[in-house]
Write a protein that binds this ligand. Structure first.
Ligand code: ADP
Ligand code: ASP
Ligand code: MG
Length: 409
């Protein structure tokens, strides 16, 4: 991702959808960037689409063809960011700041060609560096990339975070600021658990686990890139001046509680198949077809008894049409499919879990006491997850948060 250079005072600053959600907010962002420049910073700005816009575009696409995840789909989805960067650049210019709005192909944010979930393969830093050196503020469209064949791609929902970290890495910057509508990363989504607390420091590993478990606050791939290129992430509020959460390498944090967060993903769909052919052959074939369509399968369980083999797996709601379409053609004769929507995945995460037994016991005890049925369960060294009915999510999240002492000082 370009050679590492020390760029003192250069800072990539990413503003999310709510932060640029109206003309007033765009003006406020421009005012804040202006202040940072007065303080001697040299900003590179990344912006998401205005809030609600990408959802609107997804709905429009779905009205024509819910299965399309190709070139045209990404062309459509990428358009939201073109509007916000243009407006933000205008607001900066109005304040006497020279600003240049740039789409991904103009910067050279090169990706693979997996439409709707493309991965950044390289970022050209020359044009950005030249602009910064001339005292110009580049205002870059988040969420989008370009393939070697000059086709527009998008990086997956929430992908502007990843654009920001990729630019920071390419510019040799050791940190990147993610401005959003909450003042920090919390011990749980504050919208779900009102008693959630701000976490001043979080390890890369915990943040990566939280992001992969569906916490919206940072895009998974952005944390992956941050680890790879050693870019610290500062998650902070667009509306307040104070510092938020620093996501840093493990040794740099202050303390290591057993469980550091309760994380949820409210967009889970479970598919249950019965009976399926015995052995791994069918599984290999099915998951290969799903992977070819770009479907990310999350939890998988299979079990067997005299009646046959059962298979259950979960995916993100946005992949549901693609899974249903695949099963229409790939399901063996006689197999039944049950689709369970209105599901959510709830997880506890913490590097401290490695050395503390009993976390799983407490996790299940809490859910048992609430009489919450579990549909799928999975664990790793530093997390436990269960798929539950969405209607039980607030109770489960609040009780787990309390049970793991996350609301205490
Ligand atoms: P942006 O548009 O700025 O990228 P997002 O909506 O993608 O904002 O992410 C911010 C949201 O993430 C918050 O509004 C909050 O509801 C949600 N969130 C989920 N988990 C957490 C958490 N642990 N800490 C803070 N916010 C969280
Ligand atoms: N606008 C895109 C989305 O809504 C990217 C982002 O917000 O990061 O998913
Ligand atoms: Mg986001």
């Amino acid at each position: 991702m370009g050679e590492m250079k020390t760029q003192a005072r250069l800072m990539v600053k990413k503003f999310g959808g709510t932060s640029v959600g109206s003309v007033e907010r765009i003006e406020a962002v421009a005012a804040r960037v202006w202040e940072d420049i007065q303080q001697g910073q040299r900003p590179v700005v990344v912006a998401s689409a205005m809030s609600g816009e990408t959802n609107r575009l997804v709905r429009l696409a779905g009205e024509i063809d819910p299965f399309n995840r190709g070139m045209a789909y990404d062309m459509l989805l990428a358009s939201g960011e073109q509007v916000s960067i243009a407006l933000l650049a205008m607001a900066l210019e109005k304040r006497g700041i020279r600003a240049v709005p740039l789409l991904a192909h103009q910067v050279g944010i090169q990706t693979d060609s997996v439409y709707s979930k493309a991965r950044i393969q390289g970022v050209k830093s020359e044009r950005l560096m030249r602009l910064v050196d001339e005292g110009v503020v580049p205002v870059v469209a988040g969420f989008q990339g370009v393939t070697l064949e000059d086709r527009i791609t998008t990086l997956g929902r929430g992908g502007s975070d990843t654009t920001a970290v990729a630019l920071a890495a390419a510019l040799g910057s050791s940190a990147c600021e993610i401005y959003t509508d909450v003042p920090a990363v919390f011990t749980a989504d504050p919208r779900l658990v009102p008693k959630a607390k701000e976490v001043p420091f979080l390890s890369f590993e915990e943040m990566m686990e939280m992001a992969s478990l569906g916490s919206k606050v940072l895009h998974f791939r952005c944390v992956e890139l941050a680890v790879k290129f050693g870019v610290k992430i500062h998650v902070r509020s667009t509306f307040e001046k104070r510092e938020g959460t620093w996501v840093v390498p493990e040794g740099e944090r202050m303390e290591a509680p057993v469980v550091s967060s309760v994380t949820h993903d409210g967009q889970t769909v479970v598919f249950k198949l019965f009976p399926v052919p015995f052995g791994p052959g069918f599984l290999a074939e099915l998951f290969e077809h799903l992977a070819e369509k770009g479907v990310v399968v999350d939890i998988i369980t299979q079990s067997q008894n005299e009646e046959g083999q059962r298979l259950a797996f979960s995916v993100n709601e946005e992949d549901r049409p693609l899974v249903e379409k695949t099963l229409q053609t790939r399901l063996p004769e006689g197999s039944q499919v049950v689709v369970m929507d209105q599901m959510a995945k709830i997880s506890t995460v913490g590097v401290g879990m490695r050395n503390h037994p009993g976390v799983a016991a407490r996790f299940f005890k809490v859910l048992h006491e609430l009489n919450i049925p579990l549909h799928l369960v999975t664990t790793s060294e530093i997390k436990i997850s269960a798929v539950i009915d969405k209607e039980n999510l607030p109770r489960a999240a609040q009780s787990l948060h309390r049970a793991f002492s996350l609301e205490e000082d």
